[in-house]
Ligand binder design. Sequence first.
Ligand SMILES: Nc1ncnc2c1ncn2[C@@H]1O[C@H](COP(=O)(O)OP(=O)(O)O)[C@@H](O)[C@H]1O
Ligand SMILES: [Mg+2]
Length: 242
Amino acid sequence: MAGVALLVDNITVEFGSFRAIDALSLAVDFGEVRAVIGPNGAGKTTLLDVVSGIAHPKHGRVIFDDTTDVTRSSESDIARAGIRRKFQKPSIFEGLNVHQHIAIGAQGGLRRSLLPGQLATRVDEVLEAIGLRDLAQRSAAELGHGQKQWLEIGMVLASNPKVLMLDEPVAGLTDDETERTVALVRGLKRADRAIVIVEHDMDFVEKVADRVTVLHEGRTLFEGSMAHARTDERVIDVYLGR
Ligand SMILES: Nc1ncnc2c1ncn2[C@@H]1O[C@H](COP(=O)(O)OP(=O)(O)O)[C@@H](O)[C@H]1O
Ligand SMILES: [Mg+2]
């Protein structure tokens, strides 16, 4: 697959009279890992809300896979199309084990159930990818914070998304857990998938992202490599600091 996985075309989002996103455009290619960074309130989560159908823009369009307009699609239709998101706060089901969580992710949004054999294979692949195979039978509630983040990524990954969005995947993780998440995210990269990551840990971003988009007050302030962002005067002024 080649081309634009996700095109955000000139969107504006308003909450009452407040403009959270202001004529923002963004194109993420298949095969790319894009980080969206910027100060609190810049509009990062709202952008993910628009792409996932939770918020609807006043103007503009969201185009998936070059041709599919999902601007007015429902959350469930967007998920079914292959645009999936891990939220900022982990949502673990009490009483279910790790394996069961991944199985729910694998079945989620499918029109037809997977056959038992297909499901078992898929769950196994995902457990391997997120490094939780040894904990498959463990109650998810007993996992550490980092493991819960990986489980959440696994639940999203299990449906084999074409656009995978991660909101703050390493917030609150130890340095060691963050390093493991670097390896995990690198392993998710595929020619037929785009990955969009919102994150404040700039070292993490530099290790995983092909390009970064810096948002400020609902607009794009900078787009390019993380290395370049670090030396951009405007980015330093509004976000990175001196
Ligand atoms: N549902 C909402 N109602 C009113 N204002 C909102 C709502 N969601 C977000 N905002 C405002 O929009 C701006 C962007 O928020 P958000 O996208 O959460 O920023 P970020 O994720 O970059 O920190 C903020 O000023 C926030 O207070
Ligand atoms: Mg946010």
